[in-house]
Write a protein that binds this ligand. Structure first.
Ligand code: GCV
Length: 654
């Protein structure tokens, strides 16, 4: 494929190292796996571009110095400065040195001109993690990668860990280059085969950890809460039972024997059929703390997911609201979780829809460590057949402050995302979906970063030396792609309307009479879910002010979330001045037109993009356009038939 072999070089093509590789460099640091990586990266780049790198010894007037000034593995920051013709990166931890090197790579020639006053860089969040929903054995319904749209698993094939882990090493390298420092290697839905990874198959996890370690990526494992029963033949998994606690302590000790820097466990408990502490009348703090206690002696962490809701709901029951569930379950437990337990909360209250408000649980548990979970894999956003760059959506969520936009308080301690990568030669199925993975990493490093600038970085690294027409074309295709996707799918925050099961393509009533708690309540008069405190489910009242007040009334609720919070007549006039029904018609026509335009722009870039990459994207655009038209026609026809209100512009609706 590209110069890197069987798979795409993504944002680390050799040419991205041109500026660094052409210099005289000095690495001043005691040996260690990460320092060796830094040196190896420089040596490779120098070999390619004619520079020279020296380790420790005396280098003649080095142009680049990378220096480890301490021995603090917890410090991931670095400082950069340029004086008297030398660019210097200093770090007190080896990870920082590696991140500093990749920062210089991003800067390219700019790193080697003029003077640069000392600047320090440090990740805002300590945990920047990807969860892989990968099964070891191919699952009969979900396949090898649950909600995976990029081929098979990077880690697992033929029922076991891959023997050749070069690709995993390359993955770790890409992750380090955008700041990601942790990976969970198996699905949170832990089936029986995968349960064994914790015990008799831990060696396979250790091999993966070995491949990721040189790039500073720590390995985590999803475990089943029922492990003591499934693997240990105990009669119970009660978190307060002595034998159960002893079993976890021993199992964890053995894990650390194999993987000294093991990151910890990820747990989906009492969620969509996974076992959990409710079966024993115990709280989720009891459950999480049992695992936290087992991990604590070794510095490990348990990521405990807050995705707990009733998936056997009666659709006739309009008072039960799935959106309320995480807050209702977890706020009473604030302050009860152990210091090494992290509550992992999806960014929205439902399930990674194209538009959701920020979960009210985020900000409601000040005495609990919290990680926000995003979904890089595009389950509900086009499944990597549609272009949908999610940077602006994530940025909005990460900039949200529970007590209003003026607050500077913390949003979370960590950022976690479901990975979109697989063994596809382009890593992500849709080559442009690489931008989502990169953007996630960079936003996890700095949640306040401008996502468009991050996209600019991705464009520049992925296409070194790209001429302006390509840069502009990529921005034209990607910048507004989330908004485009939103336009032709479920309107105004109402969500879902997807085909049940696989979640691709439109089915307006697909989940309307289902037990999953995901309804839009469209009738002949109006549409939307009344989540107000006055007349609805009370969900709006889970927010602190000002949001509880903003969301409570259709008059103040932002247009884009109107149908998430309110059931309104089709003639309700939005802040935009359009009625809800006309908005639905207009945006669905606009969305398709925008896809047509993006497809046209992409076609015009054929001479500037590597042919295989261009063809793959072009092929995906055909499917995106077909699908967008299907969405447009089904959604518009549905609402015309329900409401009887014709399109004000007289366009064809079927
Ligand atoms: C791993 C959604 C997805 C499931 C996923 C679940 C979760 O419901 O459709 O595939 O399960 O979220 O986040 O646990």
């Amino acid at each position: 494929m590209t110069d890197s072999g069987d798979f795409d070089a993504a944002w680390l093509p050799p040419a991205a190292f041109r500026a660094v590789g052409g210099r005289r460099s000095l690495v001043r640091a005691a040996a260690g796996p990460l320092v060796d990586t830094v040196y190896g990266e420089l040596a490779d780049a120098c070999e390619r571009f004619g520079g020279r790198v020296v380790r420790d010894g005396a280098a003649e007037e080095p142009e680049l110095v990378l220096e480890l000034t301490g021995d603090d593995p917890g410090d991931e920051g670095f400082a950069l400065e340029r004086r008297d013709g030398t660019t210097t990166v200093t770090a007190s931890g080896a990870r920082g040195l590696l991140y500093g090197l990749f920062h210089v790579v991003r800067l390219g020639e700019d790193a080697f001109h003029g003077e640069r006053a000392r600047e320090t860089h440090r990740p805002a969040l300590a945990t920047r993690m990807l969860d892989h929903w990968d099964n070891v054995a191919v699952h009969p319904v979900m396949g090898q990668v649950e909600r995976g749209y990029a081929g098979g698993s990077l880690f697992w094939a033929d029922g076991r860990a891959r023997g050749d882990l070069d690709r995993v090493r390359a993955y770790g390298r890409l992750l380090a280059a955008c700041g990601i420092n942790a990976v969970a290697v198996n699905n949170v839905n832990v089936h029986e085969t995968e349960a064994h990874l914790l015990t008799d198959r831990i060696g396979e996890v250790a091999a993966i950890a070995d491949a990721l370690r040189p790039y500073g990526v720590r390995t985590h494992l999803s475990v089943t809460f029922a492990a003591p029963m499934v693997l240990g033949s105990l009669p119970t998994a009660d978190p307060l039972d002595g034998a159960v606690r002893g079993w976890w302590a021993e199992a964890t000790r053995r894990v650390y024997e194999e993987i000294g820097d093991f990151g910890g466990y990820v747990v989906k408990a009492d969620s969509e059929g996974q076992p959990g502490p409710f079966a024993y009348g115990r709280s989720h703090a009891d459950g999480a703390n049992m695992l936290a206690a087992a991990l604590e002696p070794y510095g490990g962490t348990v990521h405990w997911r807050a995705f707990v809701y009733d998936h056997h709901q009666d659709w006739r029951d309009r008072r039960t609201d799935r959106a309320r569930a995480a807050y209702d379950h977890f706020t009473p437990l604030d302050g009860e979780f152990a210091a090494n337990a992290v509550l992992q909360v999806k960014h929205g209250p439902m399930d990674f829809q194209v538009r959701e408000p920020v979960s009210p649980l985020i900000g409601a548990v000040p005495d609990t460590r919290l990680a926000v979970e995003l979904q890089v894999t595009q389950e509900y956003t086009g499944q990597q057949r549609h272009v949908c760059w999610l940077g602006p959506m994530w940025s909005e969520a990460l900039r949200f402050r529970p007590d209003g936009e003026v607050s500077t308080g913390r949003l979370a301690d960590g950022l976690v995302a479901v990975s979109n990568a697989g063994d596809d030669p382009f890593w992500t199925g849709h080559p442009l979906a690489q931008a989502n993975l990169y953007t996630f990493g960079r936003l996890a490093w700095d949640p306040a970063a401008d996502p468009r600038a991050v996209l600019g970085e991705w464009i520049a690294l992925t296409h070194p030396g790209a001429e302006e027409r390509l840069v502009a074309g990529l921005h034209a295709v990607l910048d507004g792609s989330w908004s485009t996707y939103e336009k032709y799918t479920a309107p105004l925050g109402v969500g879902f309307m997807v085909q049940p099961g696989h979640h691709y393509g439109p089915s307006v009533d697909g989940y309307e009479y289902s037990p999953w708690g995901t309804y839009h309540f469209a009738d002949r008069d109006g549409v939307g879910v009344d989540r107000s405190t006055a007349t609805g489910t009370g969900y709006a009242g889970q927010y602190a002010k000002p949001w509880s007040e903003v969301y409570e009334s259709p008059e103040t609720c932002p247009d884009e979330l109107l149908l998430f919070f309110h059931h309104v007549p089709y003639g309700h006039v939005l802040h935009s001045g359009r009625t809800v029904i006309q908005h639905i018609y207009d945006t669905h026509f606009e969305g398709v037109e925008e896809v047509e335009e993006a497809r046209r722009v992409w076609a015009g870039l054929a001479d500037l993009v590597e042919p295989a990459r261009h063809a793959r994207v072009a092929e995906r655009f055909e499917e995106q356009l077909r699908s967008a038209r299907e969405w447009r026609d089904q959604v518009n026809s549905y609402f015309l038939r329900k409401s009887g209100v014709p399109d004000g512009r007289g366009r064809t609706i079927y």
